[in-house]
Design a protein around this ligand. Structure first.
Ligand code: SF4
Length: 470
């Protein structure tokens, strides 16, 4: 399962903003690894560099040196709408005769195709296939006066998830959709300001966390400081997978540090699904904290049964089946001596298609594990995501097709236990009402449009979500 992007912005006169943006993107690399980019401005023009690959591959010292100015935005991308192509790398620079804006987007716009057609008919052209360019053109097309009003106008038309960093020649703007599906936070650095997907990016560059950008909020940073504007927000729908998997465990979201939240998931998993075993392990790295939580709660010793090759990045570099097969072996190496003859509790973050987990189970069994008891930090995923998480169509989701005992058999595990929705909410220790739980429940937080899409999806088993949207 993959998230869509990491975004960052900085307004800091007298500071090397391109270099700080580079290091902030480094900290946000886990949110997207297909392309990276930075746009800066010195007040006179906008400078832009984007490239395919990891942040470290996308920039040379020389390229950073050409990104002048005191305002910057940065983006690391995993494509959800629009293919993995250099043209679709962000930040996007969209220019009209009279103005230019650079934009970085994390999320997915549900009605992007409709809006694209409408803008196309109005004479707007598109140089990418991303929904992010739809947002930029929608802002520029507004007849309202002033950028904030035009953004508000666009927000009323957009349906879906969007956390944005927007840069003009004199402003840095952060925007979070009214449901707050993706996180966004605000911080200070020296005499300037920063905006980032996650607080861990602030920590790494020596910035101080101030607060989260609220759902529906527009934060405008100029030489006069920060101003906030709020678009009406009726229902909140923060993606619960930020807590389970996407965000880094050293990030704070809604005042909750993720590491202990994940430990609690493991502890509650033990309460809900205890088992007699010799060792507990978390599948590295995303389930490590939950594995430790299970171990503490159960008293079963924790062990690193699999070592992760941290220099092989997530296994979607080439998303075909042959390379997916290779991916698990490239990524993990079992510690046979530690696990031979042992009954293992293996804690993992989630099961989507159920294609990777059987390879992990068989790898552990081949390495000598006597029993493998899988414990999953998420409830069964039975519905696809409409908000920018590239998981699968309903017909590929194993929990939409099979019962839990059937899934256990497919995975080759000796037992299987999923965290309940109630247990998950207890672990994050925040009100259930602020979260999107749609991939577990099918209750999508955008009622009309999505219910229609959902019905269409049910009716067309052979087609995936992206085709329905189109
Ligand atoms: S459907 Fe699931 S993955 Fe998508 S935003 Fe909601 S909770 Fe997150």
């Amino acid at each position: 399962m993959h998230e869509s992007c990491g975004i960052f912005g900085i307004y800091a006169p007298g500071v090397d903003v391109s270099r700080l943006t580079f290091f902030a993107l480094y900290a946000l690399q886990h949110r997207g690894q297909e392309s990276a980019g930075i746009a800066t401005t010195d007040g006179k023009r906008i400078y832009l560099h984007t490239a395919m690959g990891l942040v470290a591959q996308a920039f040379t010292e020389d390229e950073l040196g050409h990104l002048h100015g005191h305002i910057a935005i940065g983006h690391s991308r995993y494509s959800t709408t629009g293919s993995s192509h250099p043209n679709n790398a962000q930040p996007l620079l969209v220019e009209t005769d009279s103005e230019s804006i650079a934009l970085g987007h994390n999320g997915n716009i549900v009605n992007a195709e409709f809006l694209r057609d409408e803008l196309f008919q109005q004479g707007y052209s598109f140089s990418t296939t991303t929904d992010s360019e739809v947002i930029a053109n929608l802002v520029l097309s507004s007849a309202e006066r002033g950028l904030v009003r035009r953004i508000r106008h666009a927000m009323r038309r957009l349906r879906g998830a969007y956390s944005l960093v927007v840069m003009t020649k004199d402003k840095l703007i952060g925007v979070r959709d009214p449901m707050g599906v993706r996180p966004l936070c605000l911080g200070t650095i020296d005499s300037g300001w920063v905006i980032a997907s996650e607080s861990c990016a602030l920590d790494h560059i020596g910035a101080q966390f101030v607060r989260e950008v609220e759902p529906g909020e527009i934060v405008v940073i100029t030489k006069n400081g920060v101003k906030s504007f709020t678009e009406q927000s009726n229902a909140k729908a923060l993606c619960i997978f930020e807590y389970i998997y996407f965000a880094r465990p050293d990030s704070v979201i809604q005042g909750r540090l993720l590491y202990p939240a994940r430990q609690s998931m493991g502890a509650i998993l033990h309460r809900e699904h205890p088992v007699e075993a010799d060792l507990v392990m978390g599948v590295p790295d995303s389930a490590t904290a939950a594995g430790i939580g299970y171990s503490h709660a159960s008293g079963i010793p924790y062990c690193e049964g699999l070592l992760k090759n941290r220099y092989v990045h997530r296994t979607f570099i080439e998303p075909d089946q042959r390379l997916r097969d290779l991916g698990v072996a490239l990524k993990f190496n079992p510690l046979s001596e530690m696990i031979t003859g042992k009954r293992m509790v293996v804690v993992d973050d989630s099961i989507v298609r159920g294609t990777t987990t059987p390879r992990v189970v068989s790898m552990l069994k081949r390495a000598g594990a006597r029993e493998v008891h899988l414990r999953i930090c998420a409830p069964p995923i039975r519905y696809p995501c409409f908000f920018g998480v590239d998981m699968a169509s309903k017909w590929e989701l194993i929990a939409a097709q099979k019962t839990i005992p059937e899934i256990r058999d497919v995975l080759g595990a000796d037992s299987l236990g999923y965290l309940s929705i109630e247990g998950l909410i207890e672990a994050v220790a925040l009100p259930k009402e602020i979260f999107c739980l749609a991939c577990f429940t099918g209750d999508y937080p955008i009622p009309v449009q999505l219910e229609m899409d959902k019905l269409a999806l049910e009716a067309l088993p052979a087609r995936g979500l992206s085709e329905i949207e189109r």
